[in-house]
Design a binder for this molecule. Structure first.
Ligand SMILES: O=C(CO)[C@@H](O)[C@H](O)COP(=O)(O)O
Length: 224
């Protein structure tokens, strides 16, 4: 089953609550937390996440693009996160951090940047529910998908299949009507999309079209 996760990063910052409420049919609402260090951009802190949780119907999917994520995860769980992605590149003790997240009762994803090999997640697959493959370099929305990242998705899907592991593969960055089918065919089943949803005048309609294209790519005989 395909899951769609519109990313609020592409919404008008002056109307974030309205944007959060505009996609009730999303499976997750993706929120990019940036600290100005791990990536240069600075975005959502815990009070803002908590306020958004009151406007959003979908569960909140937080992507922590921050240094030392172990210092902040509890605050974000208290703010309303239902899934948290931490970067393999940022966590000094990734396995322990994932165990902590598990004990806090949230779904766990391990995120990897475009230059990070898929092997970076190999020894933590038992401690997460999803792997988030960055299909652009993190920090900004509106970039073009880097094609080599889909080869990494293929490798990860093959590894999961060979080990009989049921894990979500999330792709994040440059997902739109042109790229979504290739991402799904590579093995992604959870699609984060910012500009393609909130860059449109009709976020709910854009989300529905993107979902239809993704589901079409799963069904043999359909051309997407
Ligand atoms: O994590 C990030 C960017 O660092 C993403 O979640 C973006 O928000 C995706 O935006 P689009 O590429 O879909 O515009």
């Amino acid at each position: 089953m395909i899951w769609m996760a519109p990313s609020l990063l592409a919404a008008d910052p002056a109307h974030l609550g309205d944007a959060a409420a505009a996609v009730p049919d999303a499976d997750w609402l993706h929120i990019d937390v940036m600290d100005g260090h791990f990536v240069p951009n600075l975005t959502f802190g815990p009070p803002l996440v908590q306020a958004l949780s009151r406007r959003a119907r979908p569960p909140l999917d937080l992507h922590l693009m921050i240094e030392a994520p172990e210092r902040s995860v509890e605050q974000y769980v208290r703010a309303g996160a239902r899934r948290i992605a931490v970067h393999a590149e940022a966590a000094g003790h990734l396995h322990r951090l994932l165990q902590t997240l598990g004990s806090l009762g949230v779904e766990r994803a391990v995120a990897i940047n475009p230059a990070t090999p898929p092997e970076a997640v190999e020894w933590v697959l038992d401690e997460c529910e999803a792997i988030l493959v960055m299909t652009v370099n993190p920090g900004w929305g509106g970039q073009r998908l880097i094609p080599s990242t889909l080869r990494k998705v293929e490798r990860l899907r093959a590894t999961l299949d060979s080990r009989g592991l049921d894990r979500r593969i999330v792709v994040d960055g440059g997902i739109d009507l042109e790229t979504v089918a290739a991402a799904v065919r590579a093995g992604a089943d959870t699609l984060v999309a910012g500009s393609a949803v909130f860059g449109s005048g009709d976020p709910a309609g854009a989300l529905a079209r993107l979902r239809a294209a993704a589901e079409g790519a799963l069904s043999p005989g359909k051309s997407n």
